[in-house]
Design a protein around this ligand. Structure first.
Ligand code: NAP
Length: 263
């Protein structure tokens, strides 16, 4: 029998890799950026927030001994994303990992929703993910070292959230799931994997918006695990999909929803 060279723990390490995380100033993107650094990656941190969110992420990363670059930018700007990727590569090295978590949520009954409300959300949640992947993919294709991209979609791309009037949000997330699969297939022969994570209800600032707060208990009782996700619970799935442990996974949508979509 040939010698077995399996080293399972090493498969999950990200040492020496360079990542870009959008939405890294808050919530899921922030915690994933911190987790990637703990696994050994240097991380470019992009967010449009002007509070100290990015600085908090950067401080945490510095304490892990890894490097980061803070980039205040909007994912709806093609130029800003190209600049961000250039900066990350110039300061940290060739980009091989990306997590696109920047997104917004709001709600209005379909018949009352303005075109502006619809379009603004679509521009960020769907076009922003495409623009981000395109900028990241271009860099990965150019340096030829391959790469792994994870887009943060939502279980709202699979189910319709009972009691939430958000046709635009749900459609944007279904779009992110299928866009991720489509990009995965375009790049499958060129060393780039693209997957998505679809979180269930997760305790982040996004869920403190007024129309959600009073529904928290309902969300918990609708979830088979009877609770919302802690933001830390999105880190392991992201590390897995980005790492060599997922080397045969591409075009996957990983539901991380406490069982929600089973019922
Ligand atoms: P969050 O705490 O609000 O974090 C999202 C971050 O993205 C914020 O810092 C936000 O800035 C930033 N952002 C928004 N639009 C941007 C833009 N155009 N350019 C750059 N940055 C932008 O929300 P979260 O809950 O962590 O959400 C992260 C992702 O997970 C989103 O895509 C969301 O749809 C998805 N998700 C969340 C849940 C949940 O239950 N929380 C469930 C499923 C999926 P601002 O604060 O200025 O908007």
């Amino acid at each position: 029998m040939a010698e077995i060279t399996l080293n399972a723990p090493a498969l999950f390490g990200l040492s020496g890799r360079v990542a870009l995380v959008t939405g890294a100033g808050s919530g899921i993107g922030q915690r994933i950026a911190m987790g990637l650094a703990q696994c050994g990656a240097d991380v470019g941190l992009l967010d449009r927030r002007t509070d100290d969110g990015l600085a908090q992420t950067a401080d945490f990363i510095a304490k892990t001994g890894r490097r980061s670059v803070q980039i205040a930018a909007d994912v709806t700007s093609e130029d800003a994303l190209a600049d961000a990727v250039r900066r990350v590569e110039a300061e940290l090295g060739p980009l091989t990992l990306a997590v696109n978590a920047a997104g917004i949520a709001n709600a209005s009954p379909c018949e009352e929703m303005s075109e502006d409300q619809y379009q603004t959300l679509m521009d960020i949640n769907m076009k922003g993910v495409w623009l981000s992947c395109r900028a990241e993919g271009r860099a990965m294709l150019a340096h030829g070292k391959g790469g792994s991209i994870v887009n943060i979609a939502s279980m709202s791309g699979v189910i319709v959230n009972r009691g939430l009037s958000q046709v635009h949000y749900n459609a944007s997330k279904a779009g992110v799931i299928h866009m991720s699969k489509s990009m995965a297939m375009e790049w499958v022969g060129r060393g780039i994997r693209v997957n998505s994570i679809s979180p269930g209800y997760t305790a982040t600032p996004m869920n403190t918006r007024p129309e959600m707060v009073h529904q928290t208990r309902e969300f918990e009782s609708q979830t088979p695990m009877q609770r919302m996700a802690n933001v830390d619970e999105m880190v392991g799935p992201a590390v897995f999909l980005l790492s060599d442990a997922a080397s045969y996974c591409t075009g996957v949508d990983l539901l991380v929803d406490g069982g929600f979509c089973c019922w």
